[in-house]
Design a protein around this ligand. Sequence first.
Ligand code: NAP
Length: 408
Amino acid sequence: MDFGLIGERLGHSYSPEIHRRLRGYAYQLCPMAPTELPAFFARRDFRGINVTIPYKQAVIPWCDALSETARRVGAVNTIVHRADDSLYGDNTDPAGFAFLLREAGIGLAGKRVLILGNGGASLTVQLVAADLGAKSATVADFNLDVNYSNLYERCPGAQVIVNATPVGMYPLGEDCPVEPERFPRLEAVADLIYNPLRTRFLQKAERLGLKTADGLSMLVAQAAASAELFTGAPCGENDITRVLSELRRDLENWVLIGMPGCGKTTVGRFLAQKSGRPFVDLDLEIEKYAGRPGREILVTQGEAAFRALESQVAARFGAKTGQVIATGGGTVLRHENVEALRQNGRLLWIKRAARFLATSGRPLSVDLESLERARQSFYEAAADMQIAHDEDWEMLFMKAWEVFRHEN
Ligand code: NAP
């Protein structure tokens, strides 16, 4: 093997794709049990490896030399097999976290920083906070002085919060580590989680108008720093921003919202075909899930039962990536659905005047003008972007395509 990643359980990792896009080399995932480490290092059959949970400290004894950063963090995430057969251990996570802050315009100098979690990633954040001149960096964890039962009282002046716990990570994306609105001086939050792209924690902070940063930029930036160590060739900010925007474009869901009959499904099918993305019609998914037509569910079980099914389906598809999703007209009435769809997606509102809306086969499409008045504010609050449907379908297709291409 030339390059790759070792860890205990690697599951689905973005790293091979990131390294391929950065420098084109193959990158192998090597999950291994702790008992396999001695033989792996005895063979030394690699040019460079990354190291992840739970081996970032365990690999230190096999390194012949450590960088200053690895020594300061007390952990290694990159090992280079040098020409003289020695192993050099470094840690590129601090460079990754520093990039995350720069990209989001979050400064730590003179700020009171609250760090959630006391594991490996927290050590990285603590180091960078000290290097960037934070006024204070308080770590909160279950067994620490500052913990989840007292952190609102103990840290009322927190200006930047960093989530370095797995709380909010797929598949438990609905969890949120703390409530940002309870910190009156809060200016910015960073979440090291990158799946989903927009955790509930980040979404709450966005609604408060705070600066936010997700963990994908750190992931790509630490990989770029490793790629530089592996190959000896510079891999700088231009490479990071290119790969980051490619990844975001590929991962983000394109979500269509709007009144029933406004054209979400037709536009969605067009976008899916043009982009090669899978198309998901949430109304059809509800029918598949329930095993009966939506109309029948509405008539026999009522709207509340239909909406409950809709929330389950929105949660399921919102957690996936790279799709085009057409929602039902009422999907955004529930805030939990908007959060589920926004975790990996951008929401485009197709605005079409009530008199032009299609009504055939739609049991809730009666008195569309009142319905539109009642729902307007929900679409407005949920939408990241909007376009008008003024009866020219070709134009609508092109506008929707441009909006999503431009957004990414
Ligand atoms: P770790 O060493 O296992 O530490 C996790 C920390 O979170 C520990 O302090 C743990 O507390 C705490 N924690 C676990 N479950 C919790 C819960 N339910 N509520 C509150 N606290 C909880 O993991 P790590 O390597 O530091 O990684 C932490 C997070 O950062 C992960 O989500 C990881 O994916 C992310 N990360 C991202 C990047 C990136 O490039 N974006 C890089 C590294 C890590 P206890 O020890 O007390 O259980």
